[in-house]
Design a protein around this ligand. Structure first.
Ligand SMILES: Cc1ncc(COP(=O)(O)O)c(C=O)c1O
Length: 362
């Protein structure tokens, strides 16, 4: 028998979350952001759940090829554009749309031989200071791109740094409006947080990522239930052993947890080598047979230990939900585990280890 850990990908949850993006932005088309192998879920595994999207946005050229291999004929956008001149050949061959955020990308286009003109998304740095042109360079680049025979259509994009927080998007929206006011072209601005929290941003496309996977982009201010998002990934395993601790007994490396009274603990086949964060301290939520309890002691490479006081009937073989959907309609949001690890749901999904068998849920 294989080690009992597995990850399940829920196509119905992906489709539901995509519908939530559409509801939140009814006047926009939706890019399903599937970079980083669909945030760790697997491009091929999310494809059916997300095939109702208007397009897919990603970074890696090989992921774009994998989407075309799935027979996706609709738009694919490379969010960081080309990394070198010869990437344009793949864009021509596969009909990829690509972001343009620095001058060399325009130089490569000007030298590129293509039959079909390219669709490009010119990126404004509206304040995040990662990718994109400053406002004057944005306008000059728009003119330059528009004059190139290699370019068919120029669309406009920017990215918000604070859509999930107090700082908000107003300052970046104003910068984008000023820089692009008289420029023709479709627009795309919002990520998940902006789509959910700042409705009514006028744009042709939204770029929904994390919300599609069922994590609240502004956790802990809001949780996934608040936004009616469903987990697209479940990580589950089983108890492989049970121990009885007496008062004063410790558990695991470093003896970081010491029992103050007799208690049963369960040993779960899941550790940091599976992608479960080692930073999760005693008290991280976990479900055993669908009952919420807590981890105790340190996470080790292949095991974690959990408090069985709330689940007296649990024993070896009992189902353990690390995050996602548990038995009998129970649920443990990935965001709650991420919070206990001092990180965000994005990181946990992306860190699911290759050794974890992963399949689409029935
Ligand atoms: C340019 C761009 N657009 C959209 C997204 C999607 O963001 P989120 O997953 O927060 O919805 C990302 C992700 O970081 C991004 O880099």
């Amino acid at each position: 028998m294989p080690r009992p850990i597995e990850a399940l990908i829920h196509a119905d949850a992906l489709a539901h979350n995509l519908a939530r993006a559409r509801q939140a932005a009814p006047d926009s088309r939706v890019w399903a952001v599937v970079k980083a192998n669909a945030y760790g879920h697997g491009i091929e595994r999310v494809f059916n759940g997300l095939r109702g999207a208007d397009g897919f946005a990603l970074l890696d050229l090989d992921e774009a090829e994998r989407l075309r291999a799935l027979d996706w004929r609709g738009p694919i956008l490379l969010l960081e554009g080309c990394f070198e001149a010869r990437d344009l050949e793949l864009c021509s061959r596969l009909g990829l749309w690509h972001a343009v955020h620095h001058d060399a990308q325009i130089d490569w286009l000007a030298a590129h031989k293509t039959q079909a003109p390219h669709r490009v998304f010119l990126k404004l740095n509206s304040g995040m200071n990662r990718l994109g042109f400053t406002a004057p360079a944005f306008r000059a680049s728009f003119a330059r791109l528009s004059a190139l025979p290699q370019v068919g259509e120029v669309s406009l994009m920017t990215h918000f740094s604070d859509a999930d927080g107090e700082h908000g998007i107003a300052h970046q929206l104003a910068a984008f409006d000023t820089a692009s006011r008289d420029l023709q072209g479709e627009r795309t601005l919002s990520n998940s947080a902006a789509t959910l929290r700042h409705r009514g941003v006028a744009a042709d496309w939204v770029r929904a990522g994390i919300m599609l996977y069922g994590s609240a982009p502004d956790h802990p201010q809001h949780d996934s239930a608040h936004w009616d998002l469903r987990p697209a990934m479940t990580l589950r395993s089983r108890l492989i052993a049970v121990q009885m601790l007496q008062r004063g007994d410790s558990v695991g490396y470093g003896s970081s947890f010491v029992a103050d009274a007799p208690m049963r603990i369960g040993v779960v086949a899941c550790g940091y080598a599976d992608g479960y964060p080692r930073a999760c301290a005693t008290g991280t939520p976990v479900l055993v047979d669908g009952v919420r309890t807590r981890t105790v002691g340190r996470v080790s490479m292949d095991m974690i230990t959990v408090d069985l006081i709330p689940v007296p009937d649990a024993g070896p073989g009992s189902e353990v939900t690390l995050w996602g959907e548990g038995p009998r309609g129970t649920r443990l949001p990935i965001d709650a585990v991420a919070q206990a690890a001092g990180t965000i749901g994005y990181e946990l999904m992306c860190a699911l280890a290759p050794r974890v068998p992963t399949r689409i849920a029935n």
